[in-house]
Design a protein around this ligand. Structure first.
Ligand code: UD1
Length: 342
């Protein structure tokens, strides 16, 4: 019998790519999404790729009663992948309570309901933001957690702690925390990808919108950092590679192959790329020019961070496989597709 997995935020960027990989690995998926930062057309895209329409429930995970109704409607959920969260760093500074409510209450609801419905494990979407500016690069999972620089970052740290304390108290389930570096790109089919919400704050959607002419030029936030070319360095990880790690994490929990009830993995490539290097890589990969200009630093930016992914490589048997060129081409193909639809 197919095992049933609940994916909160499954219509979102990383969530939708993960639903595709879960279905292609034989799991039955139930999506909960409030569509606050996505669209139900994403469900069509998933169906076009996999030939299977996932069950979809429009609901807010902070609504405990709504969650109970859904868990009663779909009995036998084995595992949860919890993506549903607000994720804009700048907005979180303006609206901290919105971020604390959304991100914390949704997790609390899930953790309270899991024992009631005998759900065996939860994979949590965390972020390399928990490391702040690491003292040692590449950063591994033993690195200290630094004071968060935004309410968004703080919610990721607090959620990790809530899960840790709950497992420590003997909860009858397991958890895997996945700390993502910078997810980019789109499914190679260009049927799903990152949906822009207003003016993009993240680098790649802004870059592809500039390349296609929606934006005049890309601002490069600072060239006076202590990096070889002065621009910030990040570890850009292909979203499909990232999605695959979630399937491995779910397999691992359901087949009881975990080494402890709480495991933590960095998901990155292990290679850092500067903003300027990334722009050049995009131009090389696509042949499309990206008008850009150096401007001042963006408040709150980390100078440089990239992953030591050895633990995930060794223990999960997972590595990031896609090249940066293919990944950037997939982001470009998705941008072209979005424009054609207009
Ligand atoms: C941030 C968060 C991360 C979160 C992610 C998704 C922090 C420290 N990081 O990542 O936790 O998961 O957003 O929302 O809180 N850049 C430009 N021009 C632009 C946009 C970005 O030069 O127009 C640069 C930035 O300065 C940065 C790099 O591109 O060096 C990547 O930026 P971005 O895509 O916003 O991601 P992060 O800030 O790394």
């Amino acid at each position: 019998m197919q095992q049933r997995i609940l994916v909160t935020g499954g219509a979102g960027y990383i969530g939708s790519h993960t639903v595709v990989e879960l279905q292609q690995s034989g799991y039955e998926v139930v999506i909960i999404d409030d569509l606050s930062n996505s669209s139900d057309e994403v469900i069509d895209g998933i169906e076009q790729i996999t030939g299977i329409r996932p069950a979809f429930e429009k609901a807010d995970c902070t609504d405990l009663e709504a969650m109970k109704v859904i868990l009663n409607k779909y009995p036998g959920i084995q595992g949860i992948i919890h993506f549903a969260a607000s994720k804009a760093v700048g907005e979180s500074v303006q609206k901290p309570l919105l971020y604390y409510r959304n991100n914390l209450v949704s997790l609390l609801n899930l953790l309270e309901l899991m024992p009631v419905y005998q759900v065996k494990g939860i994979v949590f979407s965390s972020s390399c933001t928990v490391y702040g500016q690491p003292d040692i690069l590449p950063v591994d999972e033993q690195a200290p957690i630094k004071q968060a620089t935004s309410p968004y970052g703080n919610t990721k740290q607090i959620c990790e702690e809530i899960i840790r304390d709950t497992i420590h108290a003997g909860a009858p389930f397991q958890s895997i925390l996945l700390r993502y570096f910078n997810p980019i790109g789109a499914h190679p089919s260009a049927l799903i990808g990152e949906l822009p919400n207003g003016v993009p704050q993240n680098l790649i959607p802004f870059l592809t919108q500039t390349a296609i002419g929606i934006r005049k030029e890309l601002s490069v936030f600072g060239d006076d950092y202590a990096t070889p070319d002065g621009s910030c360095i990040r570890d850009y990880i292909n979203v499909v590679d990232l999605a695959k790690a979630h399937v491995i994490a779910i397999d691992r929990m359901l087949q009881q192959r975990t080494e402890s009830p709480l495991e933590i993995f960095n998901l990155g490539t292990g290679t850092g790329l500067s903003v300027l290097e990334l722009i050049r890589a995009f131009e090389r990969a696509t042949g499309v020019n990206v008008p850009h200009r150096i401007v001042g630093r963006r408040e709150g930016d980390i100078e440089q961070v990239w992953a030591n992914p050895d633990h995930a490589n060794r223990v999960l048997g997972w590595t990031a496989k896609e090249s940066i060129e293919d990944t950037l081409r997939s982001a470009w193909k998705w941008q072209v597709k979005l424009n054609d639809k207009k």
